[in-house]
Design a protein around this ligand. Structure first.
Ligand code: NAD
Length: 354
């Protein structure tokens, strides 16, 4: 099995690549531009594997992507490359539109050109998995879950750009017959998560004795999924998902942000007692503009139709994650040194943001 993975040097992409190369024994071509969010150190575990190759390329670059299809001849594409940080999208949305919308369009067109020229049996077996987020569905109230039928209602420039790419992916299935499957997943956490995201930021700030900035009152709810569970889900969806369908991916682990941060503090007290009690570092800061109140995924379709189930619950996954960051300074220290930590995503009146 030859799989082309875009965004494979990022957080989820690298978990997918490690899983496919090391556990499934597939041949994998990772295509990644290596933006601030991508690093080859996340792929160290597959460095010397014969069944892995890396190509530094921008998914918007038509020539480079077309050439990657022609030379690697993938049987599957798993498209994860994206700009992914909501706060960054509020401060400047251009990269999000370029990579998430134009880049996805380019991936679909290059895939279609390659796929159209395949013999019939290979055309039928080919799959293009477009990886997306539950944020396309907007915000939930206190009750209810996002299903595959929930109407799209994105709030941030990030989620709007992902919603747009989902529509393109489905249109390429309906209009051109490209065998596309779409997945929409809840918030991921785990090893190799870039230090600007909530969970690694809290672990590393706690380690440094720095304030733990919680947006607003901390009552916004996210549905957390351990990244390796997501990687397994994506493989199952790419393998057995029905063409043109959407599959929601989630771990049934809803938590308020403040509870996540308090749990991390408790684990830090246990695993790194020097700074205890770490909860004294919690600081409430100005809320994110347009901050969605609650996300929660109904993953019944994926569980019942394709037989996937999350293996980690939040308590087991978060303990593994805190321990991983404490043991893997080599990975995050250079990234943290190169990242200013400045608060992004606050709107300054009278300033253009484009
Ligand atoms: P990430 O920011 O950690 O990684 C993105 C990767 O894409 C990086 O390696 C980056 O270098 C690469 N990239 C960015 N622009 C590129 C371009 N123009 N050409 C080639 N490569 C480019 O993101 P992530 O958290 O791993 O998310 C991966 C995918 O999963 C995204 O599509 C995201 O929307 C989706 N998703 C993420 C979450 C989450 O909780 N993180 C949840 C659901 C869905």
């Amino acid at each position: 099995m030859r799989v082309l993975v875009t965004g494979g040097a990022g957080f989820i992409g690298s978990a997918v690549v490690r899983y496919l190369v090391l556990e499934k024994g597939y041949e994998v071509l990772t295509v990644d531009k290596l933006t601030y969010a991508g690093t080859l150190t996340s792929l160290k575990a597959v460095d010397n594997q014969q069944n892995h190759r890396f190509l530094k390329a921008d998914i918007c670059d038509r020539m480079a992507i077309a050439e990657a299809f022609e030379s690697f001849k993938p049987q599957r594409v798993m498209h994860l490359a994206a700009e992914s940080h909501v706060d960054r999208s509020i401060t400047g949305a251009r990269d999000f539109v370029e990579t998430n919308v134009i880049g996805t369009f380019n991936m679909l067109e290059c895939a279609r050109t390659f796929w159209s020229a395949l013999p019939m049996d290979e055309r039928e077996a080919f799959r293009f998995l477009h990886v997306s987020t539950d944020e396309v569905y907007g915000s939930l109230g206190e009750e209810g879950l996002f299903t595959e039928e929930t109407p799209y209602d994105p709030s941030s420039p990030y989620s709007a750009s992902k919603a747009s790419s989902d529509h393109l992916a489905k249109a390429w299935a309906r209009t051109y017959g490209l065998p596309v499957v779409v997945s929409n997943c809840s918030n991921n956490y785990g090893p190799y998560h870039f230090p600007e995201k909530l969970i690694p930021l809290m672990i590393l700030n706690a380690l440094d004795g720095k304030p733990l900035p919680v947006y607003g009152n901390g009552t916004n709810i996210r549905d957390w999924l351990y990244v390796e569970d997501h990687a397994r889900a994506l493989d199952v969806i790419a393998e057995r998902g029905r063409i043109g369908e959407t599959y929601n991916v989630g771990g049934r682990n809803e938590r308020r942000n403040i509870d996540v941060v308090e749990r991390i503090c408790a684990l830090m007290d246990k695993l790194h007692p020097a700074g205890a009690p770490h909860a004294r570092l919690i600081t409430h800061v100005t809320d994110r503009p347009g901050h969605d109140a609650r996300y929660a995924i109904d993953a019944t379709k994926l569980e019942e139709e394709l037989g996937w189930k999350a293996q980690e619950n939040f308590d087991t996954g978060i303990e593994k994650t805190v321990a991983w960051y404490l043991e893997n300074r080599w990975w995050w220290e250079p990234l943290r040194a190169g990242y200013s930590g400045t608060r992004l995503g606050l709107i300054e009146p009278k300033k253009a943001t484009a």
